[in-house]
Design a protein around this ligand. Structure first.
Ligand code: GLN
Length: 506
């Protein structure tokens, strides 16, 4: 009896152990298997995408620009099961496939499997099916292919839509004009502004854009153009079979599970605005716009952060520009023994001319991409770029201030025993700076406004904050007007304070 119970117990324990190990090894990949995955960095899956394709991949405008979307969630699920960490790299769409295998391990970007692409990369099984569709303004109706003739069509560079329209132009409708863009958002905005007649793009993304610009737009399914169904797949470099088959296997499991339905619920099943009831449509009063721009999701905080960035850059750049400007002005006026401009003077003059004769945006980009290419701190680079730029203008202001100080004063000072430098630093400079204060104040105010371009070096200043809020709230008028108002208040307050201070000094 005892022996029998023992036997039963033993078999039970053995089966539990067996089932446990079996299920564990099935759920996650074994260590051996993980080690055999060829990735650029051990234990990390470096994923390339182009985050301008909502709802598949997009930057969250409200929360520190994090990349989100259907594809992002999907690849995170896959990587988790592969026991790999995910590192997402955002790059231009047309740069994704060339980067496979050298900068990234795989591409997930709502990418359609095509014959051309299959020649250079491997594709997984499809995880989504899409179609092309057409966005037009309300008064344009596309009922058949021929209606596209004579229209200007916008498409994103390197996409299947781009290829499709190009082929159509070559083979059937020679009068189509094609405009190529980098971003869907800008394409649709140009459509609304009537710069193009229609946009051809993937249907889910089209719905997303339609909802942003409803009620200006019409959405037509691509079936009127006989567009084929497109299979969205993940792309891997050729020859990484182990990783490919594992990704495929996991993808298959996910697609057949409730996880996939949840993903679809979360990102894809977007209701078209035109299908919603009228209530939401009419609720776009000025007050409502104001509330969505400032109060909703605490967006005013984005403005506050933006103001801080703008002011920090402006104030420090102004200080750098002021001191450097004085040095430049004095150097420019130095003379050699023959009474002509010295070599240092010529160099200073050359610098001033170059800086004043080239766009500040280019100077900023040269600093960011060339001179400080290994620096991550954009604020520092912006301060240096704007400081160096402002110095050239300050130098000219101070120089004319110096010239305005009478020769008599200089001679008097010299006769009192002041040396050349003494005259400059104790007599001439203080007076010329004092005379230049109104122009220096103007320079500071211009500087504040000029910093509106720092968004180019990935900084979230006041202007950038307005763009972000505009993209997140689907409003254009209110976010931009509020930013303009804030700039106005800042510059007015500063000139008021400076004027008051000057009156005191006088
Ligand atoms: N599905 C389209 C393509 O593969 C568009 C993808 C995208 O723009 N991210 O070309």
């Amino acid at each position: 009896m005892h022996k029998k119970i023992n036997k039963i117990l033993l078999t039970l324990i053995a089966s539990i152990v067996f089932i446990l190990t079996f299920s564990l090894t099935c759920g996650a990949k074994s260590n051996e298997e993980i080690k055999s995955f060829k990735t650029l960095e051990k234990g990390v899956l470096t994923v390339g995408t182009n985050a301008t394709f909502p709802p598949f991949e997009f930057k969250d405008k409200d929360e520190d620009q994090e990349i989100k979307g259907f594809d992002v969630d999907l690849i995170n699920k896959i990587a988790k099961k592969l026991n790999l960490k995910v590192n997402i790299v955002d790059m231009p769409f047309e740069g994704l496939l060339p980067a496979l295998g050298n900068k990234i391990d795989l591409v997930i970007a709502g990418l359609t499997k095509t014959e051309e692409r299959e020649k250079i990369v491997d594709f997984t099984k499809p995880y989504f099916y899409g179609k092309q569709s057409i966005l037009t303004l309300k008064n344009v109706n596309i009922k058949q292919k021929e209606d596209l003739n004579n229209l200007t069509i916008a498409t994103q560079i390197g996409t299947t839509a781009n290829e499709f329209v190009k082929k159509l132009q070559e083979e059937e409708l020679n009068n189509i004009k094609i405009k190529e863009y980098d971003e869907y958002d800008i394409m649709t905005q140009d459509l609304v502004r009537k710069r193009v007649d229609c946009v051809v793009l993937d249907d889910i993304v089209a719905k997303n854009q339609f909802n942003k610009h409803f009620p200006e737009l019409n959405l037509t399914q691509g079936s009127v153009l006989n567009c084929p169904t497109e299979n969205y797949c993940i792309a891997l470099p050729k020859g990484n079979e182990k990783l490919l088959s594992s990704v495929d296997e996991i993808l298959n499991d996910i697609i057949n599970s409730k996880e996939y339905t949840e993903l679809q619920e979360k990102y894809i099943n977007i209701k078209l605005k035109s299908e919603e009831n009228e209530e939401t449509k009419s609720n776009n009063s000025i007050v409502n716009q104001f509330l969505t721009t400032l109060v909703e999701k605490e967006r005013y905080k984005l403005y506050l952060k933006g103001i801080t960035t703008t002011l920090v850059i402006s104030v420090f750049a102004a200080l750098l520009g002021f001191f450097l400007g004085i040095v430049l002005a004095v150097l420019k006026l130095t003379k050699n023994k023959n009474g002509k401009r010295s070599l240092i003077g010529k160099i200073a003059n050359f610098y001033i001319n170059i800086v004043r004769g080239t766009p500040i945006l280019l100077q900023l980009l040269i600093m960011w991409l060339v001179v400080f290419k290994n620096f991550k701190n954009g604020v520092f680079v912006a301060i240096v770029a704007f400081g160096l730029n402002s110095a050239a203008y300050v130098a000219e202001i101070i120089r004319s201030g110096i010239n305005s100080v009478g020769v008599g004063q200089k001679e008097a000072a010299e006769s009192l025993g002041f040396g050349k430098f003494g005259v400059m630093f104790y007599i001439v400079l203080p007076q010329s700076i004092k005379n230049s204060i109104p122009s220096l104040c103007n320079e500071f105010i211009s500087l504040i406004k000029e910093t509106a371009i720092v968004g180019y070096v990935a900084l979230n200043d006041l202007t950038r904050a307005a763009f972000s809020i505009s993209a997140a709230s689907y409003q254009t008028f209110m976010p931009l007007i509020i930013a303009a108002l804030i700039y106005y208040i800042i510059t007015k307050t500063i000139s008021f304070i400076l004027e008051k201070a000057m009156k005191r000094m006088n």
